[in-house]
Ligand binder design. Structure first.
Ligand code: BGC
Length: 498
């Protein structure tokens, strides 16, 4: 059957299968959106005066490290297909669009001494067109792509970079703040501090257990400075937050409860505890373990930096709502407890992580479809941090290329049911859900091999043709009605469309 016909059929069944009373509907003000990030979709990496970012440099210098040896010089070329992408957003019927601004496109030198007219023009057009289409912009200020000029100064290990981030933030607030109501300072500091300074991502530093913590420390400082800048010095019209990420950490056995909670504190609490807990500062378990291991490794001081009392105070409460990216779940068991000679985040955290092979797989090695983990992480945040309002800024799944993405429909449907239960039954205060991603994009070290889009991008075509997958029809129906189709309708469709 032709894909277009399937999609129409899909819509008919989803829209009419089941009465309103049988359907699960989200609260009245709940919002649905989709997400992307600049480096992953824009292309135009050196258009006009755009500066080089660490991801430009890294993928150019090390094509062999990217799974399919590609780079994001062109990617989905959203820079030149902006209006087309807004059409897709309208077609989906989402209420907001989460995208990121490329620091080096707005400030080509990385510093606020030069503001790019073309860079500002691009984001002005994007924001204006979104608003004209009735779609709210939710802007991520930093999604992994530090200007290379600042990396040359040490990147996030240099405390001065926090000041340069604040300067950048000021430019963004002054330039776009009259129309943007939602700001996210950083996307996933856990992931980029760990993978960029002790893993395989840009900038490719191999200093886990050292630079990872310096990075986290300066990110937290930059976040607090920016929050206060927004609320105290700007004509703030909206809200500001940070997006933290974690897959659910489930204890493998009853005896592993401590290990599982330690993993949650090292991964999520690292950034959430200073911001959301009553006492502030790093989670006690991180402080205690890293101090102790540092001593045993013969360092004169802890590898985990120390906040001044003023910094602890200024970090507390610096979100208006908390952003959560979550995709999957892991089973956690207690680690070997040895003190490694070479420090590392993993040794400090001291757990083993694995996934249950019976959980449905995706096209990403780390991502299995575990909806109950989604409900659990939402409840854990509620219990641990005194019920803060939450916006799910990313959740999604990868497939191989192709339009019949039945596994994506199952994933989204399962996760939305779990989310609905968390909101309605468990009373977790979740205000919005953002699917990752609108279109296929450059999946960092996996290149173009993993597809997360509701719309497929044909990278071989001259105009980077976008085509809706079945999941686009599914998600559009949910975003427009705020209700989930009946399970029977979804099963019927799955069986007929496989
Ligand atoms: C990141 C995205 C990435 C997605 C899928 C998230 O951790 O924010 O940039 O594409 O996961 O891997």
């Amino acid at each position: 059957m032709e894909v277009a016909i399937r999609i129409i059929l899909f819509c008919v069944v989803l829209c009419h299968g089941g009465t309103f009373a049988e359907k699960l509907c989200f609260p009245k003000n709940f919002l649905f959106g989709v997400s992307t990030s600049a480096f992953q979709i824009e292309g135009a990496w050196n258009y006009s005066d755009k500066g080089e970012s660490i991801w430009d440099r890294y993928t150019h210098q090390h094509p062999e490290r990217v799974f399919d040896h590609t780079n994001a010089d062109v990617a989905a070329d959203s820079f030149h297909h902006l209006r087309e992408d807004i059409k897709l957003l309208k077609e989906l019927g989402v209420q907001y669009y989460r995208f990121s601004i490329a620091w080096s496109r707005v400030l080509p030198t990385g510093f606020s001494n030069v503001v790019s007219t073309d860079g500002v023009k691009y984001y002005n057009t994007l924001i204006d067109e979104l608003i004209a289409a009735g779609i709210k912009p939710l802007v991520t200020m930093y999604h992994y792509d530090l200007p290379q000029s600042l990396q040359d100064l040490g990147g996030w290990t240099n405390p001065a970079v926090a000041d340069y981030f604040k300067d950048y933030a000021r430019v963004l607030f002054n330039t776009f703040g009259d129309r943007v109501e939602g700001w996210i300072t950083f996307n996933e500091p856990y992931t980029f501090c760990l993978s960029g300074y002790g893993g395989n991502d840009a900038p490719g530093m191999q200093s886990s257990g050292f630079e990872t913590y310096l990075c986290g420390h300066n990110i937290l400082r930059a976040h607090a400075m920016t929050y206060h800048l927004y609320h105290n010095e700007m004509d703030a019209r909206g809200f500001i937050t940070i997006t933290l990420d974690m897959s659910w950490m489930e204890a493998a056995t009853k005896d592993d409860e401590d290990a599982a909670e330690r993993a949650r504190q090292f991964i999520f609490g690292w950034f959430a505890h200073p911001i959301l807990s009553k006492e502030g500062d790093y989670p006690p378990v991180m402080r205690q373990r890293i101090d102790e291991l540092s001593r045993k490794q013969n360092f004169p001081r802890s590898r985990l930096p120390v906040f001044t009392p003023e910094e602890v105070k200024s970090l507390k409460g610096t979100v208006d709502i908390i952003g959560l990216n979550t995709y999957s779940a892991y089973l956690v068991s207690e680690g070997h407890s040895k003190v490694d000679k070479t420090p590392s985040f993993q040794n400090d955290m001291n757990v083993y992580l694995r996934q249950d092979p019976t959980w449905p797989r995706s096209n990403s090695s780390w991502l299995r479809d575990v909806p109950w983990g989604f409900r659990k992480i939402l409840n854990w945040i509620k219990e641990t941090y005194n019920n803060p309002p939450i916006v799910v800024t990313e959740n999604g799944v990868s497939t191989v290329p192709g339009l019949k993405d039945v596994s994506r429909v199952s994933y989204i449907d399962g996760h939305l049911r779990a989310l609905h239960a968390a909101i309605v039954e468990d009373k977790v205060d979740v205000r919005g859900y953002t699917y990752w991603s609108l279109i296929d994009n450059f999946e960092w070290m996996r290149g173009f091999s993993e597809r997360f889009g509701l719309y497929e991008v044909d990278y071989a075509s001259a105009n980077k043709r976008r085509t809706p997958r079945l999941s686009a029809a599914y998600y559009s129906n949910v975003a427009r009605t705020s209700c989930l189709p009946t399970p029977q309708a979804v099963t019927w469709l799955r069986n007929h469309l496989q």
